[in-house]
Design a protein around this ligand. Structure first.
Ligand code: TRP
Length: 383
């Protein structure tokens, strides 16, 4: 394989069809998308229309549960290892759409424990601080405060109660095979998967997890033991990765600041980065560009428009052909993208400021947790 996808690392040009086979997931078919349209009575947003979400587990059963009135709930998360960038936030927009259209609860896990354990250079104080910063970005997406429960592992210690029965179900050889642990892995890392699986048990119905496909190994093990504990196997819809500015391979990485647009970059900074670093599929000279045309399939600017910043399908297709035909120059596309990104950042940052006052409304702690918890713990688990 000339690419690699694990929960910690994405390298190379990912072949998503091969990944579906390797991970044993199912392609997100047009039929399922049509069904989503029908049930939500809505046009699909671009990340579903254009197959940025491309794969799933049991999404068909989620729709069936919804149709039959059993309902479902959403679960997603964020590892607070640094500032969030555009690649991190797109799955949250998809999650918001699903919450709004299906009217369901959403739980968001902020894993300040995970990032402390897995990142040798980060202190616990730092991951906690990033947790706060990242929660602001997540709230800024516009979730429903009455149906959205955000919790930080180091604070929401009640999660331990549910992680324990899970930890008794997974043996080391299994965790080693799925996550690649070695004798050098810290014991906290080995326990951690139980913490990430626990929220799939927060309600006694099916959970649907919208997340990038690198998180799938967690759901794979959850699906092995869920039913034996009296719960549903987690369902998931998987997104592709958003490439960084320096090329369509791999994913945007917070540790390479030139390749990422952070949600807290000023619009000016963001514009400068895109102008300076964005790798396009253009020819070396203007003359060649006019004669041979560019290659939008290799162009990060085009990818970002396709994934998030150009919602008009017709305009996107026209741009594709105009690029290939040599009518469009890279500078023109970059300017167009810069304007879109800057508008997005301005709006996001306004909402992010407001989020500072709203945090308490979103935090999942205290009485509500206790009540839901009591309802969700099955007899089998009480013993
Ligand atoms: N492990 C994820 C990360 O590193 C964080 C996370 C926890 C998560 N629970 C999740 C992501 C559920 C998606 C869905 O970012």
């Amino acid at each position: 394989m000339d690419f690699k996808v694990t929960p910690w690392d994405v390298e190379g040009l990912v072949d998503y069809d091969k990944l579906i086979v390797e991970f044993g997931t199912t392609p997100l078919t047009n039929e399922l998308l049509e069904k989503t349209k029908e049930l939500t009575k809505s046009e699909l947003p671009l990340y579903f229309r254009r197959k940025f979400f491309f794969s799933h587990r049991d999404y068909n059963l989620v729709l069936k549960d919804y149709e039959e009135g059993k309902g479902f709930f959403l679960y997603t998360g964020r590892g607070p290892s640094g500032p969030m960038h555009i690649g991190h936030i797109i799955p949250f927009f998809a999650t918001k759409w699903l919450q709004e259209k299906f009217g369901v609860n959403l739980y968001v896990q902020i894993t300040d424990d995970e990032k402390f354990l897995f990142k040798p250079k980060l202190t616990f104080e730092e991951t906690k601080r990033w947790a706060y910063e990242n929660i602001l970005d997540i709230i800024a997406v516009g979730f429903d405060p009455d149906k959205t429960f955000i919790f930080q592992d180091s604070e929401f210690t009640k999660i331990y109660e549910m992680a324990i029965p899970i930890a008794k179900k997974v043996n080391y050889s299994m965790a080693k095979a799925v996550f690649g642990f070695t004798d050098q892995s810290k014991i906290g890392m080995i326990f951690y998967p139980a913490i990430q699986a626990a929220p799939t048990f927060f309600e006694k119905r099916r959970s649907l997890i919208p997340a990038a496909i690198d998180q799938d190994p967690y759901w794979r093990i959850q699906r092995d033991f869920a039913e034996s504990l009296g719960y549903y196997k987690a369902a998931a819809i998987h997104s592709k990765f958003v490439p960084g500015l320096m090329g369509v391979e791999g994913k945007m990485s917070a540790s390479k600041p030139e390749t990422a647009i952070y949600l807290t970059d000023t619009p000016e900074e963001a514009g400068k980065k895109i102008w300076k670093y964005a790798l396009t599929g253009g020819q070396p000279t203007l003359k060649e560009q006019r004669e041979k045309g560019g290659n939008p399939d290799k162009c990060v600017v085009f990818k970002w428009l396709e994934i998030f910043f150009e919602s008009d399908d017709k305009a996107l297709i026209e741009r594709y052909h105009a690029c290939k035909g040599g009518e469009l120059l890279c500078g023109q596309c970059k300017r167009y993208l810069i304007e879109r990104v800057q508008n997005f950042l301005r709006e996001h940052q306004k909402r992010r400021e407001k989020a500072k006052e709203e945090i308490e409304k979103f935090k999942y702690t205290g009485e509500l947790a206790q009540e839901q918890w009591n309802k969700s713990i099955p007899e089998a688990l009480r013993d």
